[in-house]
Ligand binder design. Structure first.
Ligand SMILES: C[S@@+](CC[C@H](N)C(=O)[O-])C[C@H]1O[C@@H](n2cnc3c(N)ncnc32)[C@H](O)[C@@H]1O
Length: 474
């Protein structure tokens, strides 16, 4: 178990992490659009406020990365040090496999980076155990699978619930290696009810006996590969929401799956429990470990307040690594956008209106460079609903505009502070994600204590923010 330094056991870690989350829930509990409605700025400790308001962009970048300077307020330094203390200590995988030109076609630089790092990691891990077969859960368009086959000769089965993706992936496979049965895609929802079906398809497809299409394995002992069809590595790149948790259960349930390399993402998409079914946290797959469940039940009343949707949303956010390249002007623009959006929410609440988006992206980015163009855009892109659900008339719009302008005058001086809150969230992000990953690792160890586990940073966080792979060997 890779507990951060200084923790003797996982219970001690969870206890400390929960205390921290409870103490600083005001930082992340509300979406930034609710900054004013929920008076987040008023909850910033006074000694932090003075400092945060006047921070330089360099200091803001330092803060969001959890670094401190001696002259910063002691309680802020304490907070930032705690953010660091709770973070998983990553092993880092920086090896990349140079993908052939045909595999790169149509792939964004981000995807190329993810695929080249991930296949190199999977290959290294498979080699250690002599595994030649791959099961990919949530295979999407199959980039990873094609690369593992074309570059290293793996037999691969991709499972994907979106049939359009499996069709596209299969077409791509045929165009890269015609008549090859070694890579296939199967449309299927990975869920507890489909485990038997998956094992059946896996045995059938991965035992198919030929490797005609990749020159890289010609000199190798093919009969050795074939005799090992029943040893499989399960992989998943960006297994979103509940897929990671279900995949872990599939791994534990299936003896053929010997190795797992999983990069989870989108924790905020975990399914929530109906009110009536709740007897603990309101999320189905968090926490997963008995250890964290018990710590919460025994010691933390009201934990739902800080372990709900906002906690999962923060775990899924980007860290502020890309801020390092922002100019002062970019920060200013970002903070004005934040504050404008918060003003819009507050105006609606004050006038007893409910905001409803008309289109998906509500405020055009190009127009967001000053408050007047922001509100012009907002009036076009939102409906304002009266308490009876009826859309407010254009006469009411005048009142809304007036309220927004008044609030802007009152709050625009706090733009820097709003930006600093985003920085504080960024500083917490990795520790929040660490809590979720440590919970998952703990749950696995509770099920089978002799597993070996690693958490490895597999992609560059700046390019691909969900970057931690959970490696588990049975
Ligand atoms: C974020 S995408 C990643 C796709 C691919 N692994 C990649 O990195 O390019 C997640 C994929 O998982 C699929 N997915 C999510 N839940 C699933 C489930 N329970 N069973 C099968 N596929 C699932 C989605 O349809 C989506 O294509």
């Amino acid at each position: 178990m890779h507990l951060p330094v200084g923790y003797q056991n996982v219970r001690e870690y969870f206890r400390d992490a929960m205390r921290f989350l409870s103490d600083y829930k005001w930082v992340y509990r509300y979406p930034m659009t609710g900054l004013l409605v929920h008076n987040v700025l008023g909850q910033i400790p006074p000694e932090w406020q003075i400092f945060l308001e006047h921070m330089s962009p360099t200091e803001l970048t330092m803060l969001s990365n959890g670094y401190v300077q001696a002259h910063w307020p002691a309680s802020l330094v304490l907070f930032l040090n705690k953010c660091k203390c709770l973070q998983l200590v990553d092993k880092i995988h920086t090896d990349e496999w140079k993908l052939s030109r045909e595999l790169c076609r149509g792939l964004s630089p981000k995807k190329q980076h993810e695929v080249s790092r991930m296949i190199s990691l999977v290959h290294q891990e498979c080699q250690k155990l002599g595994i030649h077969n791959i099961l990919d859960v949530g295979s999407g368009l199959g980039y990873l699978d094609l690369a593992l086959h074309v570059e290293f000769g793996y037999k691969v089965l991709g499972l994907e619930r979106n049939n359009t993706y499996t069709i596209t992936a299969s077409q791509k496979a045929s165009s890269l290696c015609a008549n090859c049965e070694a890579v296939s895609f199967y449309p299927c929802e990975v869920s507890h009810t489909t485990f038997e079906e998956i094992v059946h398809v896996m045995e059938k497809r991965l035992s198919r006996g030929h490797y005609p299409c990749t020159s890289r394995i010609q000199e190798e002992n093919i009969s050795d590969r074939l005799s090992k069809f029943h040893e499989v590595c399960m992989i998943g790149l960006h297994t979103c929401g509940d897929l990671s948790a279900v995949a872990v259960d599939l791994f534990m349930h299936t003896p053929q799956l010997r190795l797992m390399v999983l990069v989870p993402c989108c924790y905020h998409k975990l399914a929530t429990l109906e009110e009536k079914d709740r007897c603990g946290p309101n999320v189905v797959n968090f926490p997963l470990s008995e250890e964290l469940t018990n710590v919460l039940k025994e010691e933390f009343d009201g934990f739902e307040e800080y372990l709900g949707a906002s906690f999962l949303r923060l775990a899924s956010q980007e860290s502020c690594r890309r801020w390092q390249h922002w100019t002062e002007e970019q920060h200013q623009q970002h903070s004005e956008n934040l504050m404008s959006r918060a003003v819009l929410d507050l105006a609606a609440v004050k006038l007893g209106l409910v905001l409803k988006k008309k289109r998906r992206r509500c405020v055009r980015k190009t127009q967001r460079n000053n408050f007047e163009s922001f509100i012009e855009d907002a009036m076009e892109r939102y409906d304002f609903l009266l308490p009876n659900g009826v859309i407010a008339t254009t006469e009411k719009h005048e009142e809304i505009l007036k309220e927004m302008r008044t609030l802007w005058l009152q709050f625009k001086k706090f733009c820097n502070l709003a930006e600093a809150v985003t920085g504080l969230q960024a500083a917490m992000q990795t520790s929040v994600e660490s809590v979720i990953l440590i919970d998952r690792i703990t749950a696995l160890q509770e099920k089978q204590s002799q597993l070996t586990l690693d958490v490895v940073k597999v992609t560059d966080e700046e390019l691909s923010p969900r970057c931690r792979a959970l490696i588990v060997r049975k």
